[in-house]
Write a protein of this length. Structure first.
Length: 259
C-alpha cells in the first residue's frame, strides 16, 4: 500500500494555487482530504498536540484517511529525556488510533544529532517510551547513512525516512532503504541548493518544483520499499505556493494511481 500526500496542508500561499479564493482556514483540511488520503501533521513539532484537536481534524476526513504526526521538538531536538513528554504525546494520538486514522510518528532529528553511542541510546530510549506504535526516523546528518544505522533501526523496528533534497555536502543522500516491515517512508524536500543554507525566509528553501524526470528516479525505489513494508508513505515538503500538491499529483500518475 502506497499513500501520497503533502507535509502540512494549512498554508495561506496555497490559496489560488490549490485552495479556492475565500476558503476559510477551518475548511482547508476537508478540501485537502477530497484530493489526498494522507497528510503529515507538522504543527505537533512546534506545540504539543492535544487529543481534542486531532479528533476535530479526524472528523473532517473520510474513514480511509490517515495522519502522520511529527514528534514534538522536545522529543527530537531538546532531548531532555522526560518520559512525561512522550506519555503526553502518545495520549494525544488516541483519537486517531481509535478511529484507525493513525499512520505513524515521524521523528525528525536535527543535523547536530549525529551518530554516536549516546545518540543510539537515545533512540532506544525513544522506543522504550513509545513501544507499540509505528515510528519513522528522519536523520539530517549524512554520517548516519551506514549499515550499522540500518541494523539499529531494524532492531528497534523504526522505519527509515528516505529523503530527496539538494546534493550538498553533509546532507542526506538519496538512498532508498526499508528498515521496518511495518512502514516505509519517503520525503521530498526539493532540490533548491542555492537557497538551502542561504535564505531570508524559511519558505525559500522549499521553493522548488520537481520535473517529471526527477520524480521518475524514485518510482522503482518507492515500489521496492513498498514490497518490503505493509504501507509506504510519500510526502512532498516543497510546499511554497502548493508546488507539493503539483508534484504529489505527478508522482501519483507515475505510479499509476488514481488521481
Amino acid at each position: 500500500m502506497i499513500r501520497i500526500g503533502t507535509s502540512g496542508y494549512s498554508y495561506d500561499d496555497w490559496v489560488g494555487h490549490f485552495y479556492p479564493e475565500g476558503i476559510k482556514k477551518g475548511d482547508m483540511l476537508r478540501y485537502y482530504a477530497g484530493r489526498f488520503d494522507t497528510v503529515e501533521v507538522n504543527y505537533s513539532y512546534y506545540r504539543m498536540p492535544e487529543a481534542r484537536t486531532l479528533a476535530q481534524m479526524a472528523a473532517k476526513t473520510a474513514a480511509s484517511f490517515e495522519f502522520v504526526v511529527k514528534a514534538n521538538s522536545e522529543m527530537t531536538h531538546e532531548r531532555k529525556g522526560d518520559p512525561r513528554v512522550f506519555a503526553q504525546f502518545a495520549e494525544a494520538l488516541k483519537p486517531l488510533i481509535d478511529q484507525r486514522k493513525f499512520g505513524c510518528i515521524l521523528a525528525q532529528f536535527p543535523y547536530s544529532f549525529g551518530p554516536s553511542a549516546d545518540a543510539a541510546e537515545y533512540l532506544r530510549f525513544f522506543r522504550r517510551q513509545i513501544p507499540d506504535l509505528p515510528i519513522v526516523v528522519e536523520f539530517r546528518n549524512s554520517h548516519w547513512v551506514h549499515q550499522k544505522t540500518f541494523e539499529l533501526l531494524e532492531e528497534l523496528n523504526f522505519g527509515f525516512c528516505c529523503v530527496d533534497e539538494p546534493n550538498l555536502r553533509g546532507l542526506m543522500p538519496r538512498v532508498a532503504v526499508a528498515t521496518s516491515p511495518e512502514v516505509g517512508y519517503v520525503r521530498f524536500h526539493g532540490r533548491n541548493a542555492e537557497k538551502w543554507f542561504e535564505h531570508e525566509e524559511a519558505w525559500q528553501r522549499y521553493d522548488y518544483l520537481y520535473s517529471e524526470g526527477e520524480l521518475a528516479e524514485w518510482v522503482d525505489k518507492v515500489k521496492q520499499i513498498a514490497e518490503k513494508t505493509k504501507r509506504t508513505y510519500v510526502f512532498f515538503n516543497n510546499h511554497y505556493q502548493a508546488k507539493a500538491v503539483v508534484n504529489a499529483g505527478v508522482f501519483q500518475k507515475l505510479l499509476g494511481m488514481e488521481v
